[in-house]
Design a protein around this ligand. Structure first.
Ligand SMILES: [Mg+2]
Ligand SMILES: [Zn+2]
Length: 232
């Protein structure tokens, strides 16, 4: 059955800040920024980037929980979520960040909606505590061709049918491969420029209020207008 499926980035999209950057900023040796630059310049994939960056982090689970408690969520996120699920769209979170952070932030933010929380699959990386620090753990043993930590287009291809309408919402460089295969991408930040430069199908947005408005306005025509890109 043809369905509309939303795939949402987490850091900087659902949250107002990139929580991975916050963790590194607060708890890592500042050489993490050099690694970040290598990734931004396309010299390394996100898997190598996160592996090297997390080796620079010294933080306890309590430290990270406390930081998660400071993270602000887009105020339009919960209304959007309620609407999308009410309209029988599947909503999935696909993140190149860490499950520990995502669960922590969402459990707090959606504490009034336990059923919604349970209904949203989350695909992400994991963080593990070692004797002296932390390390990044990846769910897929195989490296994709982009060398992603968590390959967003792979997640989409493995969980959407070819005739589903895939709506992706993101903000950053880790979203660029997903936007290549999405039927339509809601883009802000660096992702917006990327979508423009590469002439992808996109809508600029500021927050989930914009996504919701667009969705309500275009719902009737949506299923016929967009299809997942078959060749990507
Ligand atoms: Mg992001
Ligand atoms: Zn990839």
């Amino acid at each position: 059955m043809k369905r509309i499926k939303f795939y949402l980035d987490f850091d900087g999209t659902i949250t107002q800040n990139d929580v991975v950057d916050l963790i590194l900023d607060r708890f890592a040796d500042k050489s993490w920024q050099k690694v970040e630059k290598e990734w931004q310049e396309g010299k390394i994939g996100s898997r190598e980037c996160l592996t090297r960056q997390l080796k620079l982090v010294k933080a306890s689970p309590e430290d990270l929980k406390k930081l998660c408690g400071e993270v602000a969520v887009d105020p339009h996120f919960t209304p959007f979520l309620n609407l999308a699920l009410k309209m029988e769209c599947k909503v999935t979170i696909v993140s190149d960040g860490f499950g520990f952070v995502i669960r922590n932030v969402l459990e707090r933010h959606l504490s009034d909606y336990p059923d919604i929380l349970k209904s949203i699959p989350v695909y992400s990386n994991e963080i593990e505590w070692t004797g002296s620090g932390v390390k990044a753990v990846f769910n897929s043993p195989d490296l994709c061709r982009h060398k992603c930590a968590n390959c967003k287009p792979e997640v989409i291809k493995n969980s959407a049918w070819p005739d589903d309408t895939v709506l992706f919402v993101g903000d950053g460089l880790s979203d660029r491969f997903a936007s290549q295969i999405a039927s339509l991408t809601f883009a802000k930040g660096k992702l917006l420029q990327y979508c423009k430069d590469n002439e992808l199908a996109y809508e600029a947005y500021t927050d989930f209020g914009d996504v919701q408005k667009w969705f309500l306005k275009n719902y009737d025509s949506l299923k016929s207008r967009y299809a997942i890109q078959p060749s990507a």
